[in-house]
Design a protein around this ligand. Structure first.
Ligand SMILES: Nc1ncnc2c1ncn2[C@@H]1O[C@H](COP(=O)(O)OC(=O)CCCC[C@@H]2CCSS2)[C@@H](O)[C@H]1O
Length: 373
């Protein structure tokens, strides 16, 4: 059963909020199932942050179900340049988000369900949650062969990953969240989760690529709504609560005071790219200029997503060293970001000697450096 309640009523009736909420009353009911009406990753991750930061969950638990428009979600300590193809993502309008939990990189679209299990830190139990999902799927289709692994993935037919897990343990509240691949675009998934950038050295958490499959490849008659309803039913049965899904709007400040600030923070360049652990790129390009081939070596140190040091090595007779140093100097301190580099390159071109050949060589060099971003 799905009901559209204002969460103000719902949370205020059922939950202890740390922040004061007018008319707050706490009922004996100990569990709640909510589903987001938004398919925006930043808003949905903000709901997780909000519940984590504002709710006291002693003896209470919440299941949050949510789906997103096409997005790549990296773990808290990951490097997006190392994990995904940022160029394809920009071309195809696929968002990039950094979540607060650790672990690897996954692809989301409306064919992927996300489940967040909130509990007190004491009651946090990833395997129990995954078993609940397995039971729900078995209740729907008893023939499904879905099992949880030691690393908390769900595998279909023993080989194919359909779910990945990550978690965040706060001081008192914890959450375990996982994906469930139902009918996501597998072609996009594999093309965006391949990094084209070579020569990256970093201590960032690497992902563990796996063979994936969609659950609906086993039974195309299923829909995400049917699956979410089955999971809600099993959650309700286990926690002895009503099988009722409360729809929430993560943009509603009257229900989630302060949530829009959280959403904004998750959208910032400084959070998504700037939180990348320090890394270096050492690579070599072959540039073609007037039918001749020349080699460029690039060595870049990146800290907080910004170029901390940069060395570009190319034949002196091709470009005056002073111009090359000018580019290095200007790149230092700037974001590892193609639009910032493009703006910087066009400013530099305006002040560079009015010589057609030098202009085109410098443009080519800037474009080449931008392919790293
Ligand atoms: N949506 C989805 N579901 C399952 N597996 C996926 C998915 N997308 C990619 N993959 C596969 O998992 C590996 C990465 O596995 P790895 O084990 O490195 O990482 C994870 O599983 C992280 C799960 C995070 C879950 C959060 C829940 C809500 S927000 S994101 C990737 O290379 C693909 O092979």
């Amino acid at each position: 059963m799905v009901i559209l309640l204002s969460l103000k009523n719902c949370f205020q009736l059922h939950y202890g909020l740390k922040i004061p909420a007018a008319g707050f009353r706490c009922s004996a009911n100990s569990g709640l199932i909510i589903q987001s009406v938004s398919s925006d990753i930043y808003q949905n991750l903000a709901v997780e942050d909000w519940v984590h930061d504002n709710m006291t969950l002693e003896d209470r638990h919440v299941l949050f179900m949510w789906r997103n428009s096409p997005t790549v979600v990296i773990g808290r300590h990951q490097n997006p340049w190392q994990e995904c193809n940022l160029k394809i993502m920009r071309e195809k309008n696929i968002k990039l988000a950094r979540r607060r939990s650790g672990g690897g990189t996954v692809y989301h679209d409306l064919g992927n369900i996300n489940l967040t299990f909130f509990t007190s830190k004491k009651k946090y139990e990833r395997m129990e949650n995954l078993k609940l999902v397995v039971r729900a799927l078995k209740a729907l289709r008893p023939q499904f062969d879905v099992r949880a692994t030691e690393r908390y993935d769900l595998l279909l037919n023993g080989n194919f990953k359909i779910s990945g897990t990550a978690a965040k343990l706060g001081r008192t509240v914890a959450y375990h969240h996982c994906t469930l691949l139902c009918n996501a675009d597998r072609f996009l998934l594999s093309s965006v989760l391949k990094s084209p950038y070579k020569g990256i050295k970093s201590n960032a958490t690497p992902s563990m690529p796996a063979l994936v499959k969609n659950l609906f490849e086993e039974d195309p008659s299923l829909t995400c709504e049917i699956v979410m309803d089955a999971i809600a039913a099993e959650y309700a049965r286990c926690h002895k609560i009503d099988h009722c899904i409360t729809l929430i709007n993560p943009g509603d400040e009257t229900v989630f005071p302060g949530i829009n600030m959280k959403t904004k923070e998750l959208q910032t360049w400084d959070w998504i790219y700037g939180k990348t652990p320090k890394f270096s790129i050492r690579t070599c390009f072959n540039m073609v200029y007037k039918q001749s081939l020349l080699e460029v070596k690039v060595d870049i140190q990146v800290k907080h997503g910004r170029i901390e040091a940069c060395n570009i090595d190319l034949p002196e007779q091709w470009l005056p060293p002073a111009m090359c140093s000018e580019l290095e100097k200007n790149l230092t301190g700037s974001k590892l970001c193609p639009s910032e580099t493009a703006a910087l390159a066009s400013t530099l071109l305006r002040v560079c000697p009015q010589n057609y050949e030098l202009h085109s060589k410098w443009s080519l060099l800037c474009e080449t450096v931008m392919t790293l971003m």
